[in-house]
Design a protein around this ligand. Structure first.
Ligand code: ADP
Ligand code: F6P
Length: 319
């Protein structure tokens, strides 16, 4: 392939810019022409294509968000929308497309491949909710953002002898809560993979109070409940003073850390190599430190495994 495109789709994630930079620069290194598509599949349908140069991606490796912008586009779920997208790609002489996003975006990439247009997916979502890969782009940075918030909240909770209930993102996946809860020393981690039992949680909080621990951190995944409701319930049942915080979109921004720049760069280069060989309908991942690619449908069908061992470990060490 001589001409390729790249777009970002769904929720943005820190590290997407590192991936875009790698796609553009590695593509140009191989003698390719690279187009950046604005606003995900919406921009694809509208033909919002920018011819990228080496300098188009200067000074972005350290930035959160995505310079290409992103969108959620209902039209692209229809055959007519997908055909329009393929027509726009062909009009620009583009032969292959790299889609950076989550499993929804991968279905878009799959639809293009079904229409005979090679597309490759890079896992970009803070949620870490894709079973086929150990990590997605943005997850590590989002966890570090949560950790900073946990540190700050711990200071004030300790001073006031309060319990902090911190609601974090992740949709139906509890990984952001699990990893940041473990590393932030949370007494309780509430995740959808292990549905929380409030009676049990209150018993633990009271036992911990009896051991002399007068403040606490509870990290709650958004898929497992609402912070204000959990806070009210725990306060009513234990008599402890509780405060709820919803971290929200602050978790989606910020400078990507080392892991997300590393993943973004490697994923980007890997994707270009696949397209160069004319290979589409693949998604890229990392397993046990090794980068690999697999069929989109097979990859998306891999069920996520709940890391119960990690969850139990967090519980034991946060006494
Ligand atoms: P994510 O990629 O983060 O999972 P979404 O689920 O919102 O985010 O999907 C992003 C976009 O991918 C959607 O707005 C739509 O344009 C496209 N998409 C999602 N599902 C499909 C599908 N089944 N077929 C084609 N495109 C899809
Ligand atoms: O998928 C990423 C994510 O940030 C989820 O964790 C969250 O539930 C959702 O997107 C929020 O979506 P929006 O940006 O549309 O509010």
């Amino acid at each position: 392939m001589k001409t390729i495109g790249v777009l970002t789709s769904g929720g943005d994630a820190p590290g997407m810019n590192a991936a875009i930079r790698a796609v553009v620069r590695y593509g140009i290194h191989l003698g390719m022409t690279v187009y950046g598509v604005e606003r995900g599949f919406a921009g694809l349908i509208e033909g919002k294509f920018n011819h990228m140069q080496l300098r188009s991606v200067a000074d972005i490796i350290h930035r959160g968000g995505t310079i290409l912008k992103t969108a959620r586009c209902e039209d692209f779920k229809t055959k007519a929308g997908q055909e329009k997208g393929v027509a726009q790609l062909k009009n620009h002489g583009i032969e292959g497309l790299i889609v950076i996003g989550g499993d929804g975006s991968f279905m878009g990439a799959r639809a293009l491949s079904n229409l005979g247009f090679p597309a490759v997916g890079i896992p970009g979502t803070i949620d870490n909710d894709l079973g086929y890969t150990d990590y997605t782009l943005g997850f590590d940075t989002a966890c570090n953002t949560v950790l900073n918030a946990v540190n700050n909240l711990r200071d004030t909770m300790t001073s006031h002898e309060r319990v902090s209930i911190i609601e974090v993102m992740g949709r139906n996946c509890g990984d952001i809560a699990l990893y940041s809860g473990l590393c932030g020393g949370a007494e309780i981690i509430m995740i959808p993979e292990n549905p929380p039992d409030l009676d049990e949680i209150c018993e633990k909080m009271l036992a911990s109070k009896q051991r002399g621990k007068l403040s606490g951190i509870i990290v709650l995944a958004e898929g497992a409940g609402r912070a204000d409701e959990v806070s009210a319930q725990i306060a009513a049942r234990t008599g402890m003073s509780c405060r709820s915080t919803v971290l929200g979109h602050i978790q989606r921004g910020g400078n990507p850390g080392m892991q997300d720049r590393y993943l973004g760069t490697n994923f980007g280069v890997y994707a270009v190599k696949l397209l160069q060989q004319g290979i589409g309908n693949r998604i890229i991942g990392i397993k046990n430190g090794q980068f690999f690619d697999m069929d989109i449908i097979e990859g998306c069908a891999v069920k996520r495994k709940f890391n119960k061992q990690l969850y139990d470990m967090a519980e034991v060490v946060a006494k």
